[in-house]
Design a binder for this molecule. Structure first.
Ligand code: AHM
Ligand code: MG
Length: 324
């Protein structure tokens, strides 16, 4: 039985990074407890607030954000943080070394129906001379992430973590420890499973229409196999499925908001998930180029996402190249 911290120390992970990850897990354990109590703790339902994305915040969005903020800002290693639920970055310790971006409770439309949600996080290093209260400090490309991961709050709470040396799963035990339960996770290269919100079909680009159209043709179509579809509306749960048994998950650009390339956010959804997927041997793309190569221009910027099993994402990319 291997605990999270001893596993990381054995791998000679930077000690300060280990300390920061442990701090993040203190917050995630608290969030897991609040979620478990649900209606008993009076935490379900909607608040009066609207976040920077124009979305009405759930009570638990705010609770999870406050827990993460408080726990992180108490750690002197944290120079600053940026959250889906905060308009602007929040500065931490003057001597701090790390920046943390996070979606405190992803998939929160699922809270009231008791379906899986999760916390997504990304860890960056503060660059010399940058101000952790400024947006610019966080605008680093995804390949600069020191670590990323999520905690899925499902039937069990599971941490998927990468520090750039592969991906490992840790399960939250009743003792309060995260214990290694799967080492060196690999996304199978082939799949027969896709995940997309089909109700948006009429708004997609023609290339996405043809790709999904061909999947739906099954074994008689050009892809030559029958596909199954899943949609949980909780990216953490979808990515966990993809990491566990393969698949492709996509939330593409659609024509309703041409200025916003997709629904999901780059800095605390696209980048951390893409690092996990690449570290597990899969691919993560905007449908045109790797997500991790996108140069961010805004903390809350959106990105079109297609990630998962290598051969399936490669097939999707062929539909999006100009000569197809
Ligand atoms: P959120 O961060 O506001 O929860 O939104 C992100 C979620 C993802 O978890 C999920 O993949 C997607 O939104 C679901 O969108 P839709 O409502 O179109 O099904
Ligand atoms: Mg989210």
């Amino acid at each position: 039985m291997q605990l999270l911290s001893s596993f990381l120390k054995h791998r000679k992970t930077d000690e300060q990074l280990v300390e920061l990850i442990e701090t993040l897990m203190v917050a995630c354990k608290e969030i897991a407890l609040q979620l478990r109590e649900g209606a008993l703790a009076g935490v379900l339902g909607t608040s009066e607030n609207v976040n920077v994305q124009g979305e009405t915040q759930k009570k638990l969005d705010i609770i999870a954000n406050d827990v993460l903020k408080k726990v992180l800002l108490d750690n002197p290693l944290v120079a600053g943080l940026a959250s889906e639920e905060e308009d602007d970055p929040v500065a931490g310790n003057r001597e701090g070394r790390f920046l943390v971006t996070f979606d405190p409770l992803d998939g929160s439309s699922n809270i009231d129906i008791n379906v899986s949600v999760g916390t997504i996080f990304s860890i960056l290093e503060l660059r010399e001379g940058e101000d952790p209260a400024s947006h610019g400090a966080y605008l680093q490309n995804g390949r600069r992430q020191l670590a990323s991961g999520y905690v899925l709050y499902g039937p069990s709470a599971v941490l998927a973590l990468t520090t750039g040396q592969g991906v490992n799963f840790f399960t939250l035990a009743h003792t309060g420890d995260f214990i290694l339960t799967q080492e060196n996770v690999q996304v199978p290269a082939e799949t027969r499973e896709f995940a997309i919100n089909m109700s948006n079909q009429r708004f997609w680009e023609p290339s996405m229409q043809s790709y999904i159209g061909d999947l739906l043709k099954g074994s008689d179509g050009p892809r030559g196999k029958n596909y199954n579809m899943r949609w949980i509306a909780s990216m953490v749960a979808e990515v966990h499925r993809v990491l566990t048994r393969g698949g492709i998950f996509t939330y593409p650009w659609d024509e309703r908001e041409p200025q916003k390339p997709g629904k999901l956010r780059l800095m605390y959804e696209g980048n951390p998930m893409s690092l996990l997927i690449e570290q597990a041997g899969g691919l993560a793309s905007t449908c045109y180029s790797p997500i991790l190569d996108v140069e961010p221009t805004e903390i809350h910027q959106r990105v079109s996402i297609a990630l998962g099993s290598r051969h399936e994402v490669e097939a999707l990319l062929r539909y999006h190249t100009p000569d197809q």
